[in-house]
Design a protein around this ligand. Sequence first.
Ligand SMILES: [Zn+2]
Length: 235
Amino acid sequence: MSISIKKNKLDSITRKVLILAAHPDDEVLGCGGTIYNLTSQKIAVNICFFSNGVSSRPNFKKNEILLRKKAAQNVGKLLKISSLTFNDFPDNSFDKVNILEITKIIEKKIKIFKPDTIFTHFGNDLNIDHQKISQATLAATRPQKNQIVKKVFFYEVPSSTEWNFSKNKKLFNPNWFVDISGSLKIKIEALKIYGSEMRKYPHPRSYKAIEALSRWRGATAGYKAAEAFILARKI
Ligand SMILES: [Zn+2]
């Protein structure tokens, strides 16, 4: 079967894409525009979440977990995502989880869905859950013989990726840009569904700052708007 991809292609072998996100909203912040580009070209996108994203907050109420999950499902419909999987690891405490447990979940998902491409967190994010998902992804996609995952990308999450001001850590230095000038609007629509996670400008997780980042990433690569990634590995 041949798929004709005229614009925003990751490359000709992209058929199935798995997005790994610690919390519901990371997927939109990091690659919401790219997801919509892919699904609009009939490329199957699945998302795997690892935590509810709210239970570490003081005075959180149980229905907030359901609301966040419902928001993720509504975003899934808007971005035409074919399947969402939710896991319940302790929010903001993935350092207390055995990394092998997370790796096994990713390996199982790869076995069932058979993605050729994975988008995951950047390993030097400030958020500990993001760090662990990145680490577990690299373990689950070790380029052994018969590895079906051919490409691994790291995405950036505003208010986490840029806030790790460690002198000794490698910073997010993207080398892969996807034109989202046609899908920036829908990315912002998706973020509105996660409205309670959004903050007031000049917070980096505000609508204005996210649009500014998209414009800057675009300008870096000759597009009106873009999402930027690090290609971690391509086989
Ligand atoms: Zn997150």
